[in-house]
Design a protein around this ligand. Structure first.
Ligand SMILES: [Zn+2]
Length: 251
């Protein structure tokens, strides 16, 4: 299955999806440069890079899992500035990252079932992830980052976007917020199922996740663009969001 391209013209964002894997192209990050968020595999990274040829773009990951950064070397090769959450620096220095186990991964099955499965996408994630990302086999970030981002920072080269640390799914989990447009790129902190946001139950730390939920819930989000699942648009996106323990029923 080829990538599914969805345009969000009101906010100038293109969504490149393969199965549940989303890569976002923000055509103007606030000073004319494009911002590519979560180039998770080589194919989506190539597509994203081809959409932003006029000026070198900024490529940023919401966390270091292979399905969010596997295409980062492709972005770097295209001339992009690579921007990563600061916690990844500790992982590169030798700290072992915490990742959800199989039981936790299984808990997001409703998200995985919400869109038609693509085995080629899985294969592409696995292949791309050998080059960049962390998983059970280790930590691989060749070349590190051009910039490291932490809570309260502006995204370098994309001043319309603020960094919010959102630990819980992992310790490096990060969301990007555009207050003037009401757009939240939530990474894996908030997913979506059946048109409704869902604070992920796929966690390494329930206490940190609860604090993240408390912080994100009151935000005036009009566009929730999750790491996995379709975009959720509307005035009450966060009020209607499910909590981790509130599991969608099987349809
Ligand atoms: Zn993840």
């Amino acid at each position: 299955m080829k990538a599914v391209i969805t345009e969000l013209p009101d906010v100038g964002i293109t969504v490149i999806s393969r199965w549940v894997f989303n890569c976002y192209v923000i055509h103007d990050g606030g000073d004319g440069r494009a911002l590519v968020v979560d180039p998770g595999m080589r194919s989506t990274a190539r597509l994203a890079a081809s959409m932003v040829t006029d000026r070198p773009c900024v490529a940023v990951a919401t966390h270091g899992h292979v399905d969010h950064v596997g295409g980062m070397p492709t972005m770097r090769a295209s001339g992009a500035d690579v921007v990563l959450p600061t916690r990844i620096r500790d992982y590169v220095a030798g700290e072992t990252p915490r990742s959800p186990g199989l039981r936790e991964v299984a808990s997001i099955a409703p998200v995985l079932r919400d869109q038609p499965v693509s085995i080629p996408a899985l294969v592409d994630v696995a292949r791309s992830g050998r080059e960049c990302g962390y998983d059970g086999r280790g930590v691989r970030f060749p070349g590190g980052a051009d910039h490291w981002i932490g809570d309260g920072d502006e995204v370098p080269g994309a001043p319309a976007w603020q960094v919010i640390q959102t630990p819980g799914h992992t310790d490096d989990s990060t969301a990007l917020w555009n207050p003037s447009a009401g757009v939240l790129l939530s990474g894996d902190a908030v997913l979506s199922v059946g048109g409704r946001a869902w604070f992920t139950p796929e966690l390494v730390d329930a206490d940190l996740a609860a604090a993240t939920e408390q912080r994100l819930r009151p935000m005036p989000v009009r566009y929730l663009l999750p790491g996995h699942g379709r975009a959720v648009v509307g005035a009450d996106v966060m009020t209607h969001a499910r909590s981790p323990q509130d599991r969608p029923r099987r349809r």
